[in-house]
Design a binder for this molecule. Sequence first.
Ligand SMILES: Cc1cc2nc3c(=O)[nH]c(=O)nc-3n(C[C@H](O)[C@H](O)[C@H](O)COP(=O)(O)OP(=O)(O)OC[C@H]3O[C@@H](n4cnc5c(N)ncnc54)[C@H](O)[C@@H]3O)c2cc1C
Length: 402
Amino acid sequence: MIERSDIAVVGGGMNGLTASLALARAGHSVTMIEREEPAVLSGDGFDGRVSSIAWGSRLVLDNLGAWDAMVPHAQPILEIRVSDRDAPLFLHYDHKDVGDHPLGYILENRYIRRALDAAVADEPGITVLAPASVTAMERDGTGANLTIDDGRVLRCSLVVACDGAMSGVRTMAGIGHRTIAYGQTGIVCTVEYERDHRGIAHERFLPGGPFAILPVPGNRSSLVWTEKDAIAQRVLQLEPAAFLEEIAWRFGDFLGDLKVTGPVWSYPLTLVLAHHATAPRLVLVGDAAHRIHPIAGQGYNLGIRDVAVLAEVLGDSRRLGLDPGDAVALADYARRRRVDTFSLVAVTDGLNRLFSNAIPPVALARDLGLGAVERIPPLKRLFMRHAMGTVGRLPRLMRGEG
Ligand SMILES: Cc1cc2nc3c(=O)[nH]c(=O)nc-3n(C[C@H](O)[C@H](O)[C@H](O)COP(=O)(O)OP(=O)(O)OC[C@H]3O[C@@H](n4cnc5c(N)ncnc54)[C@H](O)[C@@H]3O)c2cc1C
């Protein structure tokens, strides 16, 4: 049986859900296909990570009607303090320097997913097929046929691949990609302590990689501890008391006694960059197009900006009577996403190399460089606006227009 939709979104992770919402809001009929059971993806046992949501991303989520349900779980980031090993604080961001709103928010991924799931369920233009897996894709001059593992075929004008860094759709389309295994693992857990974190996030650069302390509601923070793979494997095997000891000396005692709550998670860290963001009748969005190092907490934010630009470009071509797979619109999308994507790939990769390096001249250059950023206010504000995702030509969804 052949089913039809203007757009097929493959993958119902955070980017697939966001893309489905934005494209349906722009007037397209959307079918989202997700391999896993959605309740498993948003359950407590699936994803232990939090995401820092940049100010610009919050504007998009708000415009899509998903933000209100996230608010009770969102911790505003009021300050960010960056330090290098034993060196004193050398880079300090304060929300008061950029306006009357926070720098961004920290949210547990499961709450992001639940809010997006609810918004998708309320959107009449979206059909969800899940659990269902795309097993084949054929494209022609007017659209694409996707074969689903239950035998159904979906005909659409455009395929939006949100199927993650190992994207099967990208492979089916013959789009190559570059991969760098960082040899690092992100160890993620939540700690609870005695004192109020006051909305302050900390990034400490340690020899194995960055150690991020991300405040969440309550006297709690999510930790993202990046370590070399071999060390991480040993850390993950430690007994709880020894694990806490390792955490405690990296964390310090400025918030009082610590305890680890909940499970410890681990994620291998890789860079994946697709050679092209589009192909005829196909767009790659989110990790399917680019997986970056979490050093700056920007992976999902980058995907949200993909989505905001795609919705705008396709919305404009729809108003001109063009179909969503129109080649000119896809070329426009690819052009508008290039600079943001390449700069974040380069910055996150470069920062990780710079800060995971203990060679003295490199360490000195690093401290001088960041010391300079701290002392030059316009440069500091520019860095801050980049982190907030509000630099360059902003898509309408970030300017409060639907
Ligand atoms: C340790 C760590 C910390 C991070 N912290 C942050 C942060 O603070 N801020 C931030 O912005 N980003 C952060 N990120 C990055 C962010 O988590 C990712 O960029 C984001 O989750 C990617 O989402 P996605 O939807 O593109 O891909 P995925 O989450 O990989 O989703 C892909 C989906 O596609 C489905 N799928 C795959 N193949 C098929 C198929 N053939 N048919 C149907 N479905 C299919 C899968 O089941 C999956 O649900 C972090 C990443 C890590 C590793």
